[in-house]
Design a protein around this ligand. Structure first.
Ligand code: A2P
Length: 307
């Protein structure tokens, strides 16, 4: 097994506005109060310098407290939070509320969580219509949302802005608008069973960094049981997670593993150099097994459709 110290990832990627983002960050989705506090503290002590949260995760307060209590200077930690769907009409107000909870003056990156505006009036996280469908605001567009998000940068509340769960089609719509500030990143579900090669090419062409959420396939880390990943782990004499994160970093993609377990948090920061043919082998896993693990129902909007 790779020893923790000599392969700890310190890689950063340059964003299109000149700032840099650490290649590996701690994901905090599904981490509750105490868990998120402890995992963020442990991650920062273990060498992580990138923490990813969201208003919708309801853990911004413990995440922010952990960042403060870690004693690491604010300028050395890259912090991302996200705009929830019911706040598309008021991102500045929503970000100010997130910053209040985080106890921070600014975030490094503010992402539009989904390209789907939900009814802001209901007070619910997922407002529903009587017919059981999500209460989507059809006379609002994510382009307007992003235009309003630009103000977050101008006011100094966010160093960068970006998107999440954007397909090529939706990115094309966004980039066709007359934006003053370009999205720097697109955070999507991405792992060896969902490598999103075309989306990655498109993003590279437009200088948008991809960030991989659920890089291990979410609950139970099913990607680590993939036979190709296990074979490569044996070849390199490392844990399967090392193969996954090394593959992401080799492709220029940020990995955001979620863990509340101290040794798994440490393990997920480890990377090695993979031979180009092994990167290619992993790129091809989806031809045998292609799975999207996170697929919320936004009916009638098909978020991931390319048509
Ligand atoms: P835990 O928080 O108990 O470690 P993803 O990042 O794809 O969303 O995966 C998160 C899931 O995988 C969580 O259930 C997490 O559980 C588990 N996990 C995270 N890192 C590892 C690892 N290195 N080995 C095994 N399971 C892991």
């Amino acid at each position: 097994m790779t020893s923790p110290d000599n392969h700890r990832c310190t890689t950063t990627f340059k964003l299109n506005n000149g700032t840099s983002i650490p290649a590996i960050g701690l994901g905090t989705w599904k981490a509750r109060d105490e868990e998120s506090y402890e995992s963020v503290i442990h991650a920062l002590k273990s060498g992580y310098r990138h923490i990813d949260t969201a208003a919708a995760y309801a853990n911004e307060a413990p995440v922010g407290k952990a960042i403060k209590d870690s004693g690491i200077p604010r300028s050395e930690v890259y912090v991302t939070t996200k705009l929830w769907c019911t706040r598309h009409n008021e991102p500045v107000k929503a970000l100010k509320e997130s910053l209040e909870k985080l106890g921070l003056k600014y975030v490094d990156l503010y992402l539009m969580h989904w390209p789907v505006p939900l009814n802001p009036q209901s007070g619910e996280k997922f407002p529903m219509l009587p017919n059981g469908k999500r209460d989507i605001v059809f006379d609002w567009s994510f382009v307007k949302t992003f235009e309003l998000m630009q103000e977050c940068v101008k006011l100094g509340l966010a160093k960068s802005i970006g998107v999440s769960n954007f397909s090529i089609k939706n990115l094309k719509t966004l980039l066709a608008a007359n934006l003053e500030i370009k999205p720097v990143a697109n955070q999507v579900e991405l792992h060896p069973q969902l490598p999103l090669l075309e989306l990655a090419d498109f993003c590279k062409q437009h200088q948008i960094v991809l960030e991989a959420y659920s890089p291990l396939g979410s609950d139970g880390a099913p990607v680590l049981k993939d036979e190709t990943i296990i074979k490569l782990a044996a070849k390199y004499q490392v844990a399967p997670s090392v193969i996954v994160f090394s593959w992401l970093v080799a492709r220029g993609i940020c990995g955001l593993p979620k863990s509340i377990n101290p040794s798994r948090i440490e393990q997920n920061l480890l990377v090695i150099d993979l031979a180009p043919e092994d990167v290619e082998t992993i790129n091809n896993i989806h031809k045998k097994k292609s799975i999207r693990y996170i697929n919320p129902d936004w009916d009638p909007v098909d978020v991931f459709s390319e048509v």
